[in-house]
Design a protein around this ligand. Structure first.
Ligand code: ZN
Length: 368
């Protein structure tokens, strides 16, 4: 594996019409550029991942694995692309993938397909057919372009490093994408099926077709002796544990109900009834399919706010651990999770440490 992945993120987003550079805009609970970083990392196909940006300061606070390098971009896209090629030359790469950060929706499957095709081809470019009719103008006359003979090129595009490096080095004029360099020289390109969802985000309206929903969840369990206490998916040392058909994790149960509420999918009992099958089930196992289903249906959590209502243990002592655990289970950034502890002035069942309760509010955005 001697493949390198270059993410071009130095654009000025002139058409995006937002104060923030497009690549840092929050989309599906991550910054737009983070989708490309995460997928290239998760694919495990690359020796190094190069981010090309004109916001070096912004990346200073990021904690990336060592294989990710951040370098300065150029004035135009092709300058940035050449900067990256010059930078990776010293590593003697065999193949380089060049990708626009503005396409966050490609799949790892596409990366694998490109890699497979690179074995026998020097250039692999994903394409889709146009859904709209295309016309073009020469002087004052308008011509129809045959849709069946027209292709739209996407990124990532992958090339033998040697070829693309030489072509880019000798190219003095601006070019739209790296495939253009190959096409201009009549070099062979292997075109493979791209992905319709892998369209480029150009305008703010491209990602504004979304709706936000809110859900509320509440849960309460009795505390009994000789049972382990689980909160937010982790074991907490305590004199009692929560009684229930499952492990009684009030936090995870309230999170599940809040998510089901926001997505209008009934309640936790519908999916996990008090049957033999779910006897003593650990709550992370209940949360997992709910989160998977959520993300597969294009719902993304914006934030979780949690009130744990109990006299003891002190929430402040376990807050970080619990938030870490919830972050892993929900695949949500820690900054988006808040946990508050509420006591009840030693009143009633909760005040006497005979029960524990939890309430959760979640905000979820659905993308079309
Ligand atoms: Zn419960």
């Amino acid at each position: 594996m001697n493949n390198f992945f270059v993410i071009l993120a130095a654009g000025k987003s002139k058409r995006f019409n937002n104060k923030m550079a497009k690549q840092f805009y929050n989309y599906k609970n991550k910054e737009i550029i983070d989708h490309s970083i995460k997928k290239s990392l998760d694919s495990k196909l690359f020796k190094k991942i190069i981010i090309v940006t004109n916001n070096l300061n912004y990346f200073k606070k990021k904690r990336y694995p060592k294989l990710i390098k951040v370098i300065k971009g150029g004035k135009e896209r092709y300058n940035s692309s050449l900067n990256a090629l010059k930078f990776i030359k010293k590593y003697k790469p065999k193949n380089v993938f060049i990708h626009d950060a503005a396409r966050p929706n490609f799949s790892i499957k596409l990366l694998k397909n490109i890699t497979k095709n690179l074995k026998k081809n020097k250039a692999v470019v994903p394409i889709v057919r146009s859904k709209d009719s295309i016309k073009y103008k020469i002087k004052n006359q308008i011509f129809n372009l045959n849709k069946n003979n027209s292709i739209l090129t996407q990124t990532p595009q992958a090339f033998r490093f040697k070829d693309i490096f030489n072509l880019a080095l000798n190219q003095k004029k601006e070019f739209a994408d790296e495939a253009t360099l190959f096409i201009n020289k009549n070099y062979k390109i292997k075109f493979i099926s791209g992905e319709n969802q892998n369209s480029k985000i150009t305008y703010l309206s491209d990602i504004k077709s979304s709706k936000t929903y809110y859900g509320i969840g509440f849960d309460l369990h009795r505390l009994i002796k000789n049972k382990k206490l689980y909160l937010g998916g982790i074991k907490i040392p305590f004199h009692s544990g929560l009684k229930g058909h499952s492990d009684g994790d009030v936090i995870l149960h309230a999170i599940i109900d809040a998510i089901l509420g926001a997505t209008r999918k009934k309640d936790i009992g519908t999916y996990f009834p008090n049957t033999k099958k779910f006897k003593n089930i650990r709550s992370p196992k209940m949360l997992k399919p709910i989160i998977e289903n959520l993300n597969n249906s294009n719902f993304f959590i914006n934030n979780l706010d949690i009130n744990l209502i109990c006299e003891q243990p002190k929430v402040s002592k376990y807050r970080d651990k619990i938030i870490n655990s919830i972050s892993k289970l929900t695949k949500l950034n820690k900054d988006l999770i808040n946990l508050k502890g509420k006591t009840v002035e030693k009143l009633g069942l909760i005040g006497n440490e005979k029960a524990m309760a939890c309430e959760v509010i979640v905000s979820i955005t659905k993308y079309d």
